[in-house]
Design a protein around this ligand. Structure first.
Ligand SMILES: [Zn+2]
Length: 45
C-alpha cells in the first residue's frame, strides 16, 4: 500500500492507519497520518 500523503510504499501492518469513506489508509509516520486526519480530501481521489 502507499502512503497517500507522501506516496511512499508502506507495509500494511504499519501502526499508522486511518479510515476515511470506508477505506483504510496507511502512513509511514505519525506526521503523515496527522496531515491526512486534519484534511483528508486532497489526498483521496
Ligand atoms: Zn508518509
Amino acid at each position: 500500500m502507499n502512503d497517500p500523503v507522501c506516496m511512499m510504499e508502506v507495509d500494511e501492518r504499519s501502526p499508522f492507519k486511518s479510515s476515511y469513506n470506508g477505506k483504510v489508509y496507511v502512513f509511514c509516520s505519525a506526521v503523515c497520518k496527522q496531515s491526512f486526519d486534519k484534511n483528508p480530501a486532497p489526498y483521496v481521489k
